[in-house]
Design a binder for this molecule. Structure first.
Ligand SMILES: [Zn+2]
Length: 78
């Protein structure tokens, strides 16, 4: 009985998104900010404004086969 309930819960969870929280330090103001990263994408580069100083941070994200992410942040014009 318990097992079938758990199975039903697993199936009810949305699996279209796979966002994980990652903490980085802003290259401008050095504040730590939390960003959501999609680890289903092997390699991605995008710009997101810092939540503290609002300056554009360039994110360079790579994901290994086991879902481990590696995030590098840089100044936009570096
Ligand atoms: Zn900042």
């Amino acid at each position: 009985m318990e097992i079938s309930l758990r199975r039903w819960l697993d199936h009810s969870l949305p699996n279209t998104m796979n966002l994980i929280e990652h903490k980085v330090h802003c290259p401008y103001c050095a504040e730590s900010i939390v960003v959501l990263i999609d680890n289903t994408i092997e390699s991605q580069q995008y710009i997101e404004d810092c939540q503290v100083c609002c300056r554009p941070i360039l994110f360079d994200v790579s994901t290994s086969f086991d879902g481990e992410i590696d995030v590098t942040v840089r100044h936009e014009n570096e």
